[in-house]
Every structure is written in C-alpha cells, then in structure tokens.
Design a protein around this ligand. Structure first.
Ligand SMILES: *[C@@H]1O[C@H](CO)[C@@H](O)[C@H](O)[C@H]1NC(C)=O
Ligand SMILES: *[C@@H]1O[C@H](CO)[C@@H](O)[C@H](O)[C@H]1NC(C)=O
Ligand SMILES: *[C@@H]1O[C@H](CO)[C@@H](O)[C@H](O)[C@H]1NC(C)=O
Ligand SMILES: *[C@@H]1O[C@H](CO)[C@@H](O)[C@H](O)[C@H]1NC(C)=O
Ligand SMILES: *[C@@H]1O[C@H](CO)[C@@H](O)[C@H](O)[C@H]1NC(C)=O
Ligand SMILES: *[C@@H]1O[C@H](CO)[C@@H](O)[C@H](O)[C@H]1NC(C)=O
Ligand SMILES: *[C@@H]1O[C@H](CO)[C@@H](O)[C@H](O)[C@H]1NC(C)=O
Ligand SMILES: *[C@@H]1O[C@H](CO)[C@@H](O)[C@H](O)[C@H]1NC(C)=O
Ligand SMILES: *[C@@H]1O[C@H](CO)[C@@H](O)[C@H](O)[C@H]1NC(C)=O
Ligand SMILES: *[C@@H]1O[C@H](CO)[C@@H](O)[C@H](O)[C@H]1NC(C)=O
Length: 860
C-alpha cells in the first residue's frame, strides 16, 4: 500500500499551498466529531439526516455528555477520494475525537493509516470491504455487517439453489474488488466458482458502451447466474442496459448486493426503471423489529421532509453516533481529558512552510477506541456490540425478491444458522443447526415472472461441441468400440449416452473422440487427466459389468457423483428353490386305478391343478427370491461398508478406481485385486476371491459440470422406463460379447415348464383315448352290425353320425340320471330344517354331503 504515501504527499503539498488554518473549536464544552461522505449519494443523504437526528438526541439528554455538546462537522467528499482524504486531514487538525466514514473502502484504506498515527477512531457503516477489518487498521471500526458476511450469505444461497457457476459484474475499485475476491473464496468452499468477472471502470468512469460490451460478453457465457456489486448509479445502469439486451427475462438469475435494497428503500423505482429489476434477489442488513425502530421510522418523514426514504444503513448511521457518544461518556466518566498534542514525528517538518504542525494526536484516542469496542447498548439496529475480531454483533441479512409492487422478503441469512424463514433473533434462542435440510427460503419469483427455478446455465452460444473422449479398448468391446466398416463409434455406453442426451430439454452438440491405440487398454487416469486439463469435456465408456452373475449394489446419488459403482455377487435362485415341489409328485399316481369314467376327468383335472400349482409356486418362489435377494445380498451395502470390512476388492486394470481406492479412501493396496476381463470378474466373485469389484460408471463428466445432474437424472429415467434394459439386451445379451447365454440363467421362463406341459398333454390325450375307446366299444355293443347296401362313403358318414348321436345320448342319459338323483335327494331332505322364501329347502349338511358325494360330476 504505497498509494497512501503518494496521496499523503499530494495532500501535504495541498496543505502547504492552501495553508489550512485551524479553526478554534477547542472549547472545553464541546466534543467534536466529523463525518466524511459524498452527500449527493443515497447513502450520504440518508446518513446526514440520521446522524443529525442522533446528535440532536444526544444533546437533548444532558446526562450523556455531562452538559457538553456533541458537534458533528461534515465534509462532502463529492465522489472524490482526494477530497475525502483532505476532509480527514482537516478533521485531524481540529481536535476531532472520532470520524464517521469515509463512505468508501478506498478512502478508508488510506485514512485509516492517518487514524492509526493520530489515534482518532474511524467508524464506517458503508466502507465494508472485508480486508478493512484486518489488524492493520486498529482504529478503523465497521459498525455494520462486513461484506464478508454478505458474500457468505450469497454463497450459501447459490449453493442452496444448487448453482455451480456465477458471473460477477463489479466496479474495479477498492469498494468492490475485495468483496468479490471474498465471494470467490466463499463459493470455492461450497464447490462453486465465479466463471467470469465482468470488470467495469471505477465509478463515474464506466460509460454505457463499456457496460454494454461487458454485458454482451456475459450473455455468451455458460452461466446464467449474475451477481452485480457496484455503486447504485452503476448498478442501475447495468440493469437498464441488460434489459435493452433482453437479459432480464426468463432463464436468468440476477443477484444484487445490498446497494439495490438501499435504492429500493430510499428512492423506490417506478415504471420502466422498475421493470428491469423484476425477479432480482437482493440483500439488506437485518435489524430486528422494535418499538424504537418503528418510532424512528415515523419520525423520519418529518426530519427528511419526505425527500428520501430511510434505509437500513440510516439506522446504522444513527447508532454509530450513539456508539461514539456513549464511548465518550465512559471516557469522561473515568476522568479522561480531551486533549491533543502535536505529532512529535512531524515536528521537524512543521518548521517549514508545510502547516503540518496543525496535525495533532488525540491523547485519549486509544482509551476511546477501547470504549467503542466495549460498547454494550441497544440501538435502532438492535443490540450494538463488537466481537473480539471487531465484527458486529450477530451479523444477519434479509433476503429480498423484487416483485412488481416493490419487494418481498423470502428469508433471512444469519451467521448462526445460514438461510431460514425464521428471524435470526428467534434462531439464536434455539440450538445451532446448519444442516442442509434446515436451510430454507420462501418461493422466489424469478425474472420473467416465473416461480420455476432457472437452470442457471446454458450451452454457450459459441458453436463449440462437447468433446467426448471414448477409450479405444481391447476388452469390453460391447461397451464402446469403433465399427471397423463404418468407422462409427458405437456400443452400449454410446447408446445410453445418446438416449440420455436426447432426454435433456436442450440440445447438446457433441462429438466422440477415440482415445488409445486399440492394442492395449488406455489408462483411465490419463483420461481423467485429459478431462481436468480440458482436452475432453466428458468421457463415455468403461462401465461396471452387470452380468447375470453380478448386481450393482448401489445406484444412488453419491456414487453417481463419485463416478464409482460397486459390483458384488448377486444371490441367485438355485435349484434348492425347487425342492419343496417334490412331495406333490406321488399324488398324481394315487388317483390312478380308480373308477375309469370319473377317473379320467379327475386325472385331467388333477394334472391341471398340479400344473397351476407348480406355476403359482414357482412364481411365488421367484418373487420371494427377487425380494429377498435385495435384502440379503448386501453384507456390502455400499462403498462405506466395503471400506470398513476387511474383504478384498477387485478393480479393473487401468481404471482410476485403483488410485481412488488406495489414495482417497485409504484402502490398503494388499486388499486390491486387479482384474482384467468380465470372465475374471465373474470368476473372482464366484470363488469369493473378492467380495466386490469397484468399477466406473458408463460416463464421466468433470466434477461440478452442470451437465452431471441432468445426465444422472436422464439415465435414471432411462432405467425406469425400461430403455436401459433394451439397450442392455441389444449389446450385452448376445453371444458376441462373450456373455453366458440365457440358458445359463436361472430365471424361470415358459420353456422351463415344458416337461410339465408335455405331461399334461399326454394325460389329456390318454384320457380322451380311453374315453373314446370305451365309447366305441359301447357303440359296437349297441349296433353290432349295420349293413346297408349303399355307397361306402355314405355308409361311413352315417356310421359317424350315428356314433355321435350315441355319444350325445349317453351324455343326455348321464345328465338325466344326475337330475333324478338330485330330485330324490331333495325330496328326501324336505321337512328338515328351515324353508327358504321360495319354497326350495336346503340343509347345510345335506348340501355338503351331496357335494362331497357327487363332487366329481360337477367337474366332468
Ligand atoms: C462536486 O463536484 C462537481 C464536479 O465534479 C462540481 O460540479 C460540484 O459543484 C461539486 N459539488 C460540491 C458540493 O462541491
Ligand atoms: C467509454 O469508456 C471507454 C473506456 O472506459 C472509452 O474507451 C470510450 O471512449 C468511452 N465511450 C464514450 C462514449 O465515452
Ligand atoms: C426539512 O425542512 C426544514 C424546514 O424547512 C429544514 O430546516 C430542514 O433542513 C429540511 N431537512 C431536509 C433533510 O431537507
Ligand atoms: C485531566 O486534567 C486535570 C487538570 O486539567 C488533571 O488534574 C487530571 O489528572 C487529568 N486527567 C487525566 C486522566 O489526565
Ligand atoms: C450488556 O448490558 C446488559 C444490560 O444492559 C448486561 O446484562 C450485559 O451483561 C452486558 N454485557 C456485557 C458483555 O457487558
Ligand atoms: C460467524 O460464524 C463463525 C462460524 O460459522 C464463527 O466462527 C464466527 O465467530 C461468527 N462470527 C460472528 C460475528 O458471529
Ligand atoms: C436441523 O433441522 C432439521 C430440519 O429442520 C432437523 O431435521 C434436524 O433434526 C435439526 N438438527 C438439529 C441438531 O436440531
Ligand atoms: C443354493 O442356495 C442355498 C441357500 O439359498 C445354498 O445353501 C446352496 O448351497 C445353493 N446351492 C447351489 C448349488 O448353489
Ligand atoms: C364307477 O363309479 C360310479 C359312481 O361313481 C358307479 O356307478 C359305477 O358302477 C362305478 N364303476 C366301476 C367300474 O366301479
Ligand atoms: C328362490 O330363492 C333364491 C335364493 O333365496 C333366489 O335367488 C331366487 O330368485 C328365488 N326364486 C324365486 C322364483 O323366487
């Protein structure tokens, strides 16, 4: 920070030329404080009114300063850092005990060196650059929540809405630059980042064409989450121009720091001006509601003549004056003298024409500073006190969403509990809870009047294609390989990727790039390195081998993110599932040898029942095993239980899983078993040589890629609608990829029952044959010789007709027999038991008996 020395030199030169003369304000009955602001700005105008009101209140209570008068001198820095510094020097010549301001951080950096030398505390509620709270500036105190808290709030909100990248638009000056650096740090802690910084010239210099140029660049970026941190004048220009460029509509997320809430409260925007900021989210320091605050709000209209609205920083301005007054009171109460001595180091310089001798040091400065930092009072902003790091008490922010009628509050952020819809003062009475499930905000109306959360990114409009690396493998060719004839890249993974990408609601231009020489498997680590070094945007290929013999234990989000899959042996339906069917077999033979007529029907029936029974039980057995396999299999429930166990773990040779397992998950190398092919997988799993195989997912996108979530969702959709199975069948169920054919499988299929159906068919055929031959025999007995001299063909058909009518008669006969029997039984049963309404009588036991007796007749 050599700048301040240069500026000091300039200032001293000016002092020499101008020859400031110190005003005589060293009256013992006066306590001087100074304020440096650009009083043309919103903050300056509001601060002036609020500070004057506070001075009035302090002076109206003689008990505060024991009859002394608090005098506030103001200096208008008029948007100029140079004038601000001169104002500071002027105050230091006029026995000022404390300075409120300066307004911006650039001036604060320079003046706080002076404050350090001359022991004059400086209190600012607008110069909130995080670096100003450093130990380098002991005499500089921020009386409103530092920007570090505001950027933490923004970062928490970005991560709450699960955005990964943001664009920052800010003025390149000390008021704004440091804050954006802090934002970058806070975002990085949450695995987000600022993907582009649109830097504008310092305030006053940024013209329309410059802002437009930057906005056009922003519009070409991938991220659609834009944070604006600038002075109100510039910020409003940014939004106006963004609207002209149609960048304030649907799909965009605009976040403005507290400058916008200040504008909204003090000089509400109407009409066209308001349109450009619809849906913007902004922040405001949180001040708890209180009677004093309400009273001050109603007093405000009077003291401001309605010229400007009160904003949160106005409340801090009022409290800052009181903080000084109370500290001075304690200082005086302890017998302190307000006295100044000339700065000894400057004595020599004072001999010259420079009027440096006028600069004096406040003797009680360190005492007063101490009193300020020990403040313990309740003001308009709630409790006022400072932490050991000079931070304000319980920093918190309101989160506002700009809507057509002004703004609505969607929640709070507090350093204690993060985002919530409950006011921080209530949260502080509860146990601290930073769990992600406790983070909550109300519904946001986004730009374009939609409540659907914007995706937050788009494919950049620069015509670039996603470059997708595809490993040119020797094994597992069904997953990805190059078609030797057409040179196209195809395979299971490619199909999944294409199907998934087609499900995305937006176009993803892409091209596949083969990687490797095709003679040996390319190293996966190398592929990953190529992603991190931006050679590829993604990698497709290399997949967990899901055969009939294996099963993916976990298909859940964390593993999708880490790109790993655990493959463990699946419990199979084996032949023991069939054993319980055997006891039924003798039943079939027990029914044979009975009365033939009934036996035939009964036999067929029983066989059918048997078939149904077997099919039902196998179905039940399959279902049960499907259900229990899921329950039983996981002695390995995921990668965590795998780590804690002592089981050996397989990995694919060349895969990054090896490094990941040993370096990241700290699994001993001795537990890792390299496996080369699907056959080795199956073999190792079957023999229990490994408990599981850890392999990669069919796609890998770089960490934090905005595509990752969408692709994962799309692949889950594919697996739900059966598309994945179809692709699986297409590529992996054919002999071509060396998988065991489906005969190997233990799944029950229609052909598993062929024996059963054969048996059934034979039984039916046999029964029919026996019945037919019986009939033919009877027929022959009734019509022994039918000899009519007609054509052989007609005689044949007549015989057949006669035979059929004979069969019919027999049927009729047996039916009549049955009827007769029944009537007999009914008449026998009459008179017993109750009578049914229409006269027919039945007894329960009678019916049962009859049914039991004639049961076979119903069936035949
Ligand atoms: C502020 O500076 C501008 C020029 O930059 C000047 O026109 C204006 O009069 C100044 N205002 C005050 C209050 O000094
Ligand atoms: C706007 O500012 C840029 C640089 O800050 C400058 O090059 C350009 O000439 C200015 N344009 C106008 C119209 O003032
Ligand atoms: C409000 O009006 C009074 C009387 O006209 C005047 O003394 C005071 O300075 C005005 N205040 C502001 C903030 O303009
Ligand atoms: C304050 O000044 C008075 C006399 O003016 C002196 O007696 C007293 O000791 C001084 N107090 C301190 C703390 O210097
Ligand atoms: C602050 O003041 C309140 C009473 O106004 C008192 O209860 C509390 O203990 C004080 N805190 C400190 C740190 O002195
Ligand atoms: C803010 O929270 C952090 C922990 O998250 C804590 O270390 C720090 O002291 C808090 N600061 C204030 C001012 O409450
Ligand atoms: C935190 O909040 C969540 C959701 O409100 C709740 O489920 C969880 O139990 C809380 N944790 C603690 C420690 O209070
Ligand atoms: C079939 O599974 C049972 C347990 O479900 C097991 O005890 C038996 O050894 C298995 N048989 C074969 C041949 O795998
Ligand atoms: C077969 O049973 C029926 C009644 O169920 C009986 O009328 C018939 O005589 C029996 N035939 C033989 C051969 O036992
Ligand atoms: C005889 O009674 C049965 C059962 O109560 C009933 O369903 C049937 O309709 C009645 N028939 C006549 C003719 O009333």
């Amino acid at each position: 920070m050599n700048l301040w020395i240069v500026v000091m030199g300039l200032v001293l030169y000016l002092v020499f030329i101008g020859g400031f003369s110190a005003k005589d304000s060293r009256s013992p009955n006066v306590v001087n404080i100074g304020a440096i602001f650009s009083f043309g700005t919103i903050s300056g105008r509001v601060a002036k009114i609020a500070m004057n009101a506070a001075v009035e209140d302090v002076n109206s209570d003689p008990s505060v300063l024991g009859g002394r008068k608090l005098v506030l001198s103001t200096h208008d820095s008029n948007y100029s850092g140079f004038l601000g510094i001169i104002g500071g020097l002027q105050f230091m010549e006029t026995d000022t005990v404390a300075i409120i301001g300066p307004q911006d951080s650039g001036m604060a950096h320079i003046l706080s060196h002076l404050a350090n030398e001359l022991h004059v505390p400086m209190l600012s509620f607008t110069a909130l650059d995080p670096s100003l709270s450093s130990l380098q500036y002991p005499y500089f105190v921020q009386t409103a929540p530092n920007d570090l808290f505001q950027v933490t709030a923004i970062a928490d909100m970005i991560s709450y809405f699960s955005y990964k990248e943001v664009v920052a638009i800010y003025s390149d000056d000390e008021q704004h630059r440091g804050t954006m650096i802090a934002l970058g740090d806070k975002l990085a802690e949450r695995r987000c980042r600022i993907s582009y910084k649109a830097v504008l010239s310092p305030a006053g210099l940024a013209n329309r064409s410059e802002i437009t140029n930057e906005l056009v660049k922003v519009s070409m970026m991938e991220s659609r989450v834009i944070i604006v941190h600038a002075y109100a004048v510039i910020g409003r220009k940014v939004f106006d121009l963004a609207r002209e460029l149609k960048m304030t509509g649907r799909g965009y997320v605009w976040i403005a720091t507290s400058w916008l809430s200040t504008v909204m409260e003090s000089t509400p925007l109407f009409g066209e001006d308001a349109k450009s900021i619809q849906g913007v989210i902004t922040f405001r320091p949180h001040t708890p509601d209180s009677k004093r605050k309400t009273a001050f709000l109603s007093r405000w209209d009077r003291i401001s003549n309605g010229s400007i609205g009160l904003n949160a920083y106005g409340l801090y301005a009022y409290d800052t004056v009181w903080t000084i007054a109370n500290a001075v009171k304690v200082f005086l109460d302890r017998g302190g003298n307000i006295s100044f001595t000339n700065k000894p180091n400057l004595d020599g310089l004072g001999q010259g024409k420079l009027n440096l001798g006028a600069l004096s040091m406040f003797d009680g400065g360190s005492q007063l500073l101490d009193n300020i930092l020990r403040t313990n009072m309740t003001g308009l902003t709630g409790k006022v006190s400072f932490g050991p790091d000079k931070s304000v008490f319980r920093p918190a922010f309101d989160i506002l969403n700009i809507v057509p009628k002004g703004y609505k509050q969607i929640g709070y952020w507090s350093n204690y509990s993060g985002l919530s819809v409950v006011p921080p003062e209530i949260l502080y009475t509860r146990q601290r809870n930073r769990s992600s499930s406790s983070q909550l905000l109300d519904r946001v109306v986004w730009p374009g009047q939609t409540t659907v959360k914007p995706r937050g990114w788009v494919f950049p409009h620069n015509g670039r294609q996603l470059r997708i690396g595809v490993p040119d493998r020797v094994s597992f060719k069904a997953f990805v390989s190059k078609d030797e004839t057409t040179n196209e890249i195809h395979g299971y993974c490619i199909d999944i990727f294409l199907a998934a990408i087609n499900l995305l609601p937006y176009a993803v231009p892409h091209k596949f790039v083969l990687f490797g020489d095709g003679h040996k498997n390319p190293s996966y680590s190398e592929l990953v390195r190529m992603i991190t070094s931006n050679v590829f945007d993604a990698v497709v290929g290399d997949i967990a081998i899901v055969t009939d013999r294996t099963k993916i234990v976990d298909f859940t989000q964390p593993y999708i993110e880490s790109g790993l899959v655990v493959v463990a042996p699946a419990r199979k339906l084996n032949s023991s599932a069939w054993t319980f069917l055997r006891p039924f077999t003798p039943l079939m033979w027990a029914v044979t040898g009975e009365n033939t007529t009934s036996t035939l029907g009964r036999m067929v029936l029983i066989i059918w029942l048997f078939v149904v029974l077997i099919i039902t039980s196998s179905y039940t057995a399959s279902l049960t095993s499907i259900l229990t396999v899921q329950q039983l299999a996981p002695s390995i429930r995921g990668i965590d239980s795998l780590i804690t166990s002592n089981d050996r773990i397989g990995f694919q040779v060349g895969s990054f899983a090896e490094n990941y397992l040993s370096n990241e998950l700290n699994i001993a190398k001795s537990r890792l078993v390299p496996l080369g092919s699907p056959e080795e997988y199956a073999d190792a799993l079957e023999r229990g040589r490994v408990a599981a195989v850890v392999d990669e997912r069919p796609y890998a996108l770089p960490r934090d890629s905005p595509l990752a979530t969408d692709m994962s969702t799309a692949i889950l959709t594919l697996s739900e609608n059966g598309e994945l199975q179809k692709i699986h069948n297409k590529w992996l169920n054919t002999r071509a990829c060396g998988q065991p054919s489906s005969e190997d499988s233990d799944q029950l299929q229609l052909k598993s029952f062929w024996g059963l159906f054969l048996l059934c068919g034979i039984a039916c055929f046999f029964a029919l044959l026996v019945y037919f031959s019986l009939m033919v025999r009877k027929f022959k007995r009734y019509f022994p010789y039918v000899s009519e001299p007609s054509t052989p063909s007609s005689s044949k058909s007549i015989r057949i007709k006669r035979f059929l009518s004979f069969v019919d008669e027999k049927e009729e006969e047996s039916k009549n027999k049955l009827k007769r029997k029944r009537l007999e039984m009914l008449s026998r049963g009459s008179g017993e038991d109750h009578q049914s309404p229409n006269g027919s009588r039945r007894t329960n036991s009678g019916t049962t008996d009859q049914d039991r007796h004639n049961g076979n007749i119903y069936f035949c």
